[in-house]
Design a protein around this ligand. Structure first.
Ligand SMILES: Nc1ncnc2c1ncn2[C@@H]1O[C@H](COP(=O)(O)OP(=O)(O)OP(=O)(O)O)[C@@H](O)[C@H]1O
Ligand SMILES: [Mg+2]
Length: 321
């Protein structure tokens, strides 16, 4: 079976004056999958979403989204996709129901009233449907925004940080909605600051750094790239060098110290290293061991390791605030 891509971009570029926000974005998202777009602040995630949803025109490069050329067939792309932005776009002066009905009519959805009510119910907003959106909590607004983006049953849904700043219950609600959409066959591209969210939802992660996709893979693949983290906690600081020497020998990597916890650890990609062997080796070397662990990396570790050395850009955050 050949893979059909809902999103396939090649060399997308975007400059804002002197800022080269996208420097050749190559992204492939298979139909019916969830792609997590991750990266440090300023990596170009929002710019990528805005380009791929036709809100911005690329300076160079090309892409097909939902089977259509991004630039030449922008209207067709727009008719097949849904998008919710990093900053919610509902009208506070209208009620939840009015917002959805308005969007539905703008987009010529058949049976706008019924479709609006169906989505209000799906996102737990039926009770609040008659209230102005300005009285909604952040989580309710985000859910309304998501409902609006689903009015037309898009083939590809782009979500830019859909859960940022929400409480755990609202986050879970949105995550559940993403799972249901995927089960319905919708392709989802989502950016997120929460690594555990990408871990839970994404089939494939594209790790962005400085305007490019730096790494792609399943969450498990990205983790295996890093290996595990072996750590020893010792009874006193004097024993740290001895423990470090053992870790250095068995991992072949330079150990890192956490002197506050009397701990020393090292990354290892040696899949034959087990916790019992780690403990045996430390013990045999006479290390007064309090605790030892061998843990798989979190996506945070992956993220930090694979985007090491990237300049963190915060200027635009301040501007947006
Ligand atoms: N309209 C604009 N004008 C000028 N510079 C911009 C504009 N939009 C984005 N940029 C710059 O482009 C770069 C990429 O920004 P973008 O918003 O795409 O990053 P991001 O990965 O979404 O970051 P965050 O995690 O903070 O949301 C940043 O350096 C930003 O300052
Ligand atoms: Mg962003």
């Amino acid at each position: 079976m050949t893979t059909t891509y809902a999103v396939l971009s090649e060399g997308l570029e975007k400059r804002f004056g002197a800022v080269h926000a996208l420097r050749g974005l190559d992204l492939a998202v298979a139909e019916g999958t969830v792609c997590g777009l991750l990266g440090p602040n300023g990596a170009g995630k929002t710019t990528a979403v805005r380009l791929l949803t036709t809100l911005l025109r690329p300076d160079a490069g090309s892409a097909r989204v939902a089977g259509h050329d991004l630039v030449r067939e922008a209207a067709a792309v727009r008719s097949r996709i849904g998008v919710t932005g990093q900053y919610a776009s509902v009208d506070g002066d209208l009620t939840g129901r009015e917002n959805l009905r308005l969007f539905a009519r703008l987009h010529r959805v058949r049976g706008p009233a019924a479709r609006a009510d169906e989505l209000l119910a799906r996102f737990g907003l039926t009770e609040a449907a008659h209230r102005k959106a300005s009285t909604y909590s952040g989580g309710m607004r985000r859910r309304l925004d998501l409902a609006a983006s689903l009015l037309r049953r898009p083939d590809v849904l782009f979500l830019d940080e859909p859960t940022t700043g929400l409480d755990p219950a609202s986050r879970n609600g949105i995550r559940q909605a993403v799972r249901e959409l995927k089960a319905d066959g919708t392709t989802v591209v989502l950016t997120t600051q929460y690594l555990e969210e990408a871990d839970q939802l994404a089939d494939e992660i594209a790790l962005m750094d400085r305007g490019r996709v730096a790494h792609t893979g399943s969450p498990a693949q990205l983790k295996s790239l890093i290996g595990s983290f072996a750590e020893a906690v010792v009874a006193s600081g004097d024993a740290l060098p001895k423990a470090a020497a053992v870790l250095d020998r068995i991992t072949g990597r330079e150990p890192v110290f956490d002197r506050e916890r009397n701990a020393v650890g090292a990354v290892t990609t040696d899949s034959t290293l087990t916790l019992p062997r780690l403990v045996r080796e430390l013990d045999a070397a006479g290390v007064p061991l309090l605790d030892a662990s061998l843990r798989p990396p979190t996506l945070d570790d992956v993220f930090l390791r694979l985007t090491e050395g990237s300049e963190r850009s915060v200027d635009h955050k301040e501007r947006a605030a």
